[in-house]
Structures are given as structure tokens and as C-alpha cells.
Ligand binder design. Structure first.
Ligand code: AMP
Ligand code: MG
Length: 415
């Protein structure tokens, strides 16, 4: 049986970016760039003021002090979006506002608070050295410089940078379509009548959202019954997607037909079973190079194997250069007794306490218990060989879902 790392190492090579497409910037959030992006122009594109005040020649105010003000005549005004100000003559100041172009000849700004207006003159009470409070042309970005690289994900900050460069279209990796095929006679769609023995196909709703959150395109398919022919037919249409995830039917039960269906369709087995708890029966196969993954039907097994094994592969396919889970080090709040053998991925609530993250494992760790996922913000990795974990020991935790909570925050008490 493979370890989690070995399973990932077998799976990842099958997930490469699919190619690129050009999208409008307003549709690019969350996407991964496939090309580097260079600045189209200097930013700022003109020297401008960082403050409200007066544009001056630094040499004209170098002797100004609180005790001995320098008096300058005020001529003209420069405001953001206004007409260009006239060139500044020696011994003269120009009224200026934040973001407004500096007049030719001015090389410093005196902030309003260090000055006093007297009719058409201004008293300046503090020197302002050359370049002071001036945002120089190109000081932020110079024309032609690389501003973003292939593999960078577009978060709001990156979108802002691209927008500021008037870049309205970007080259990004294509988003794979991922088919979700549930199997099980007992499964019903949301809202359908539940006769005795039937259950709602909750997994398809969970995995659809997990796929959406990653940025791939979920293709939820109608559930197939535990019937070989039906599963084969459903798999044929699932194989139109770029990746197929089946749910359920991968164990050794008499009604587990997924492996047989794979074999009949020429879907080649990669591996079956991983030393992970929950989720051991996970299966990985390839159809003409296309990844086909079978996750067990238990809701928690499906979520955990998705997060630990499938999400990294899909991130790689989306163009993420660092697709592996990025666990943080955390301390166990309580002791934990377990059966050794497989790495256990336990549901927990993580809280930041001072400079540490403390994780409280959920008391129910069964693989079918959906209430045990409510509010969970960390998946804690418990080593395969350990039976007794002690309170306060360090473990690795993948932060998940609602994100980390802080016991005390600098924002506490802020209105
Ligand atoms: P299986 O992996 O098919 O043996 O299913 C294991 C358990 O998970 C059984 O209790 C199933 O009823 C349940 N199960 C299977 N598929 C789903 C699903 N799509 N949604 C919710 N529960 C499921
Ligand atoms: Mg089943």
C-alpha cells in the first residue's frame, strides 16, 4: 500500500496544465497566469505629489524653519485630473494636491501642515529637501519591467496592478472540467423523495463546492446505480471531461463495481489503496492519459482524500507551481489515543493562541459523520506509527474552510 507521498508522486505527473486562453481582466480573478507580464509604461507615469501642499524648488525653502519662515508667492494650482500646471519659476510656489502632476521646475512638496497661507503668498515653516513628498515617474514600476510571472495566481492585488497598467486581457491556464460521478443504489438528488434505505447524494454537493473553490469547472453527473452496465455508460460520458472523479463502490463489497467498470472500458489501473485514514480504498487510474480517480463513498473519506490527494493534483493542472498542501505546525490541545498503521487526517478546530496555533481534535473522527465537519478549520496529520499522542505535542495541520481563528486579536474591541 502506498504512503500519501508515494500516492501523490504517482498521481501528479498525470496532471499537467491543459493549455492557455486569454481572458478579460474582470474574469481573471483566481486564475493562474501562463505568461510573464511586463509593464506597459512607467508608473506613476508622471511626477506627482504625495501630499496636499505646495510644489516648490527645494533650494527656495532650504532655510525655512519654525523660527524663520520663508515667504513665497503662490502662482497656479495643480489638482489630480486637472489641467497641467505652468512651469514653476524660482521663488514661487504652486498650490498642489495629492496625485496632481508636479509643475516643470518644481522638485519638492511642502505639506500644507508646515505652511500658512497669507492671501497670494505662503509662509513655509519647514525645509523640504529635493524629491520630498514627490512620487517620481517610474518609481513604482518602470516600463518593460516584469511585474508578474507564469504561475502567479491573480488575487485582488494582482488584478489591481494589471488594471493600473491598463492591461485588460491576460493569458491564463485553462480550467479543467472535472466530472463527478457518484455510484450507489441508495443515492438520491437533493429534494427527491427518500424512501426507506435511500440517502441524499451529499458528496456530489460537497465535492462540487470543493472543485469550485479550487477554480476548476465541476461537472456533476447524475448518480449511477450499483450496476456494472450503468456505471460503464456513466463513465463513458464522464470521460468527456478532463478529469473524472468517481465516488463510492471502490471497496471490496459485492456491489462495488467501479474497478470492474474501469477494466471493461480500458481505464488502466495505477494504484489502489493508500495508507491514509479515512480514505484507504482510494483508487487512481488513467484512460489514455486522462486521470480517473475513485474516492470512497463515505462523506468524510471523500472530503479528506479530495483535500490531501486530489486538490494538489488539480492545483498543478491549474498552473500552480507549488500545488502541495502547505501545512502549518500546531500544538495538540488534548492527548489522543489511536490505532497506529495509517496516517490519520483528523478534523480539528485550530485557534491562534499567542504565537502558537493550538488544535482541538473533534471528538468524533468516524468517516461517516457529517456534523463532525461543521466549523472545522484544520485537518491535522497524525503520524502512522504513533498510538499515543500527548497534549502539547507538535503536529502538522492543513488549514481548511473557515480559516484560522485568533483567541485574542489586535482588532478585539475595535468599533
Ligand atoms: P461505498 O464507498 O460505496 O462503499 O459507500 C460507503 C458509504 O458511503 C455508504 O454508507 C454509502 O451509503 C455512503 N455513500 C456513498 N456514496 C455517497 C454519496 N455520494 N453521498 C453520501 N454518502 C455516500
Ligand atoms: Mg456503494
Amino acid at each position: 500500500m502506498r504512503s500519501i507521498a508515494e500516492a501523490l508522486a504517482s498521481m501528479l505527473p498525470a496532471f499537467s496544465p491543459l493549455g492557455e486562453e486569454e481572458v478579460h481582466l474582470t474574469k481573471a480573478s483566481g486564475r493562474y497566469l501562463s505568461h510573464e507580464v511586463r509593464a506597459r509604461f512607467d508608473s506613476p507615469s508622471f511626477d506627482n505629489s504625495a501630499m496636499d501642499g505646495y510644489a516648490v524648488r527645494a533650494t527656495d525653502v532650504e532655510l525655512a524653519s519654525a523660527a524663520k519662515a520663508v515667504k513665497l508667492e503662490v502662482r497656479g494650482e495643480s489638482r489630480a485630473g486637472g489641467p497641467l500646471p505652468p512651469p514653476l519659476e524660482p521663488g514661487v510656489a504652486c498650490r498642489i494636491f495629492t496625485g496632481a502632476p508636479m509643475p516643470v521646475g518644481a522638485d519638492a512638496v511642502v505639506v500644507q501642515e508646515d505652511s500658512e497661507r497669507e492671501g497670494d503668498r505662503v509662509l513655509i515653516r519647514e525645509a523640504s529637501p529635493k524629491a520630498n513628498h514627490v512620487r517620481a515617474r517610474g518609481s513604482d514600476v518602470s516600463s518593460g519591467a516584469v511585474i508578474l510571472r507564469p504561475g502567479d495566481r491573480l488575487w485582488p492585488g494582482e488584478i489591481g496592478l494589471l488594471a493600473s497598467q491598463n492591461i485588460d486581457r491576460v493569458q491564463v491556464y485553462r480550467r479543467p472540467e472535472v466530472a463527478l460521478l457518484s455510484t450507489g443504489d441508495e443515492l438520491r438528488a437533493l429534494g427527491e423523495e427518500l424512501e426507506p434505505g435511500a440517502i441524499v447524494n451529499s458528496n456530489v454537493y460537497v465535492l462540487t463546492e470543493m472543485l469550485r473553490a479550487l477554480g476548476v469547472i465541476p461537472v456533476p453527473l447524475p448518480a449511477a446505480s450499483d450496476n456494472l452496465r450503468e456505471i460503464e455508460a456513466a463513465l463513458r460520458s464522464a470521460l468527456e471531461a478532463d478529469v473524472v472523479i468517481t465516488m463510492g463502490g471502490v471497496s471490496v463489497g459485492a456491489y462495488d463495481f467501479v474497478h470492474e467498470a474501469f477494466a471493461n472500458l480500458g481505464i488502466e489501473p495505477g494504484f489502489w489503496k493508500v495508507r491514509i485514514k479515512p480514505g484507504k480504498p482510494l483508487t487512481f487510474a488513467l484512460y489514455q492519459g486522462k486521470p480517473v480517480i475513485g474516492v470512497p463513498g463515505n462523506p468524510i473519506s471523500a472530503m479528506v482524500t479530495f483535500e490531501v490527494l486530489i486538490a494538489p493534483c488539480l492545483r498543478k493542472m491549474l498552473g500552480d507551481p507549488e500545488p502541495h498542501p502547505q501545512p502549518v505546525v500546531a500544538r495538540l490541545r488534548d492527548p489522543y489515543h489511536r490505532r497506529p498503521g495509517r496516517v490519520e487526517i483528523a478534523r480539528a478546530i485550530a485557534t491562534r493562541e499567542g504565537d502558537e496555533i493550538v488544535v482541538a481534535l473533534h471528538e468524533h473522527q468516524g468517516s461517516g459523520s457529517l456534523p463532525s465537519f461543521v466549523g472545522v478549520n484544520a485537518l491535522v496529520t497524525l503520524p502512522a506509527d504513533r498510538a499515543e499522542l500527548v497534549a502539547g505535542e507538535c503536529v502538522e495541520a492543513i488549514l481548511w474552510g473557515p480559516g484560522l481563528r485568533a483567541k485574542h486579536s489586535p482588532f478585539d474591541g475595535m468599533a
